[in-house]
Design a protein around this ligand. Structure first.
Ligand code: GLU
Length: 301
């Protein structure tokens, strides 16, 4: 196989239309990749919560902002057998275990000494084969990682060296769906992704994902977790906050160029109302000058 091109990516969940916060993250991911001579990949994280047609609308909106990608869009739902292959190898290698706990049992279990807060308490980690057989009769098992570390460090362009918790996180849910943390690692490695730019709500997931990547023999990517877009109450922006999608804003008379201009202004890369293209932004992009605080977006009524 030819070597993979170093690449950045945007990986939305096609659960509805992208809002201006998602679009801003996509613009940043594209700028980070293009200003470092990387390819750019688009991946639909559609293993659950997919809404029919949302993928096409999302891609259309991204293209309307000028975002380009080099290879065909990857759909996680087409890649189930790849996740299966990786999991089967991990099960054979003994780096996983079956877990029968309900969410409630996990919350109610006493946590292990020195374990990170909220970490899996280890209930099913050392079940005997007989105990597993008994539990299998009750409910299907999830598959968890048998983690050998309780923390891991990643390099983030905006956050520096970031160390976070690692625990026995779920790799395959008990309905057989590959968990996000598994799919993201398998897919990033398979596509040559060596730069992951996404919202900073996922910063604390990065050590788990990088740990898993390293365990699977991949070099963890470089990260840039960018500030989120929040509503006036300081909560994560959502569709119910008003006119937040490209289609909503178009109805208010703001075309896609106008939306790009709003995004650029929020990133302090354009003056208020200045029309810019992504090519202009490529020339102006300086990661060290990016705002570190969230953008509060208040839709016009
Ligand atoms: N699909 C995730 C989301 O839309 C992003 C995953 C990632 O970038 O790693 O929040």
């Amino acid at each position: 196989m030819p070597p993979l091109n170093p690449s950045g990516r945007f990986a939305p969940s096609p659960s509805g239309d992208l809002h201006i916060g998602n679009l801003r993250t996509a613009v940043l991911a594209w700028l980070f990749a293009r200003t470092t001579d990387r390819h750019f990949a688009m991946r639909m994280e559609d293993l659950d919560r997919a809404q029919p047609g949302a993928d096409v609308r999302q891609l259309h909106d991204l293209a309307a902002l000028g975002i380009t990608w080099d290879e065909p869009v990857i759909y996680q739902s087409d890649r189930r057998e790849h996740y299966r292959t990786v999991i089967d190898a991990m099960v054979r290698a003994g780096t996983t275990f079956e877990c029968f706990c309900t969410r409630r049992e996990i919350l109610e279990a006493p946590s292990a000494p020195h374990a990170p807060q909220g970490a899996y308490p280890g209930t099913c980690r050392d079940l005997t084969e007989a105990q597993r057989d008994e539990r299998r009769a009750d409910r299907p098992a999830a598959i968890r990682l048998r983690a050998e570390a309780s923390s891991f460090s990643v390099h983030d362009v905006l956050h520096g060296e970031f160390t976070g918790d690692v625990d026995d996180f779920v790799l395959v849910r008990n309905d057989g769906t590959p968990a996000y943390n598994l799919a993201v690692v398998v897919d990033d490695a398979a596509s040559g992704i060596d730069q992951v730019v996404r919202g900073d709500d996922l910063l604390t997931s990065a050590p788990r994902q990088a740990y898993l990547a390293a365990m699977l023999g991949h070099r963890p990517p470089e990260y840039a977790h960018v500030p989120m877009v929040l509503n006036r109450d300081g909560a994560r922006l959502a569709k119910r906050d008003g006119a937040v999608t490209l289609a909503d804003l178009r109805e208010q008379g703001v075309d896609s160029g106008g939306v790009l201009s709003m995004i650029a202004t929020s990133l302090r890369m354009a003056d208020d109302g200045e029309r810019v293209t992504l090519a202009d932004l490529t020339d102006r992009f300086e990661p060290s000058k990016l705002p570190r605080e969230p953008w509060i977006f208040v839709p016009r009524g």
